[in-house]
Unconditional design. Sequence first.
Length: 153
Amino acid sequence: MTPAVQPGAHRRLEWAVKPSFVAYVEALPDGRVEVVSGVSRAEDGRFVFGADAESEHGELGFTGAVHFYGHHGVLDVTLTDPRIEAEGRRFVVTVEVLGERVRMATVEQLLHDGSDGLEASGVEATDDGAHLLGGVYQAGTPLDDLLIHGLAA
């Protein structure tokens, strides 16, 4: 069951994707990690996405994008509008890439954080997610946990 959004709450997703990947891209001579379409970056490196008011029932949608670029364009991927979607008894993280939804990761647990949000833990790359991150990871590679704020308790 997806929690309801509190009236007037500012729902947001905080996600660092995979900190070692982000650090690798930023260390490349031509590497760039760019936040676009309203995404910001927290001091701890997490990307902060705003709520998508058009989210469907059974999903938590967010807006904005993070663009990773390096190796003179060999690595050039933008992760857009992440969603946490129910898939049977599990949850998956999807992102839009080139106009299509892609299953980026699976989520082992989605638990209340004790205040106004949820923490998605046990986040692991899918085959498609590993490919999006440059093909150097395999399915099952741990990704960063996701924090969702601004939900009803």
